[in-house]
Design a protein around this ligand. Sequence first.
Ligand SMILES: O=P(O)(O)OC[C@H]1O[C@](O)(COP(=O)(O)O)[C@@H](O)[C@@H]1O
Ligand SMILES: [Mg+2]
Ligand SMILES: [Mg+2]
Length: 324
Amino acid sequence: MSKTALPEFLANTAVPADLQSVILGLADVSVTISQALAKGALAGVLGAAGAENVQGEDQKKLDVIANDLIKDCLAAIPTVRGLASEEEPDVVPCHTNGNYLVTFDPLDGSSNIDINSMVGTIFSVLPHSGSATVTEQDFLQPGRQQAAAGYVLYGPSVMLVLSTGKGVAMFTLDQDQNSFLLTEADVSIPADANEFAINMSNQRHWTSGMQSYISDLLSGKDGPRGKDFNMRWVAAMVADVHRILCRGGVFTYPWDSRKPEQAGKLRLMYEANPMGFLVEQAGGEVWTPEGKILDIQPEHIHQRVPVILGAANEVKVCVDYHQR
Ligand SMILES: O=P(O)(O)OC[C@H]1O[C@](O)(COP(=O)(O)O)[C@@H](O)[C@@H]1O
Ligand SMILES: [Mg+2]
Ligand SMILES: [Mg+2]
């Protein structure tokens, strides 16, 4: 039997037509980004761009290329009122009659670009209910209000993973037709975990709660947790979360004491909220040590947040170590 293509899936699942056009636009532009990535050094797209983004991070050429492609794509969709990007200092107004706001991380896992490892594009679609002139304030909505969220993973296969609030579906790019085909209709994360993801090199900078939690995981079946845990770290949130959606586990990027004023490394509106929406839709949990990430009222678009997400029971255990 032939597989369902993305446009057919969106129509079958009663996604509003104006939201469909945003999702289909993002899917199309991700194919162009995947082609630039696939050409790599042959197209001269690897390496540094020689500039810093608003977050004070060095931009790669592909961060800039992907950002410009997505910006142009969204600006051409009449239902997009405005956009905000990890790589843009300010929100960008689009169409005055549009009813959606889109936030995105054009290329997640940038440090993997030059080693030909996995990267992705993460996006979040919010309803627009504010003024005719888009302001930052219009974007400051809790993640729970997202109309859709997803990512495209540029790996051995290019995959689009999407939720419009009715579960999580995975699509694989058919490179012959440039068409995303449904390959997993109902993604679900097992409640218990035996795999964790964290950048262990930062251990000495974590809070005592996080130190104890990871130390007990590492003690394996001889320790208080009574079982062994495996560890993985791709250094691209998009790929680490993809693994969790495929085979379970827990992912965390905690606060650390090197930049005490910074809540965490990951961005609430471009990374934590869209990935959090997917993980909750797949039955997982998404927390900071204090509460659920999707309930956070954002204060500014580039806000950062500590993240603990994945298997429901394991996330609760991790949060509990912090609250003891
Ligand atoms: O290099 P580190 O500290 O392990 O951080 C890796 C994390 O940083 C990120 O790459 C940040 O994303 P960007 O590449 O979009 O800046 C996450 O995807 C990933 O989880
Ligand atoms: Mg990122
Ligand atoms: Mg990025």
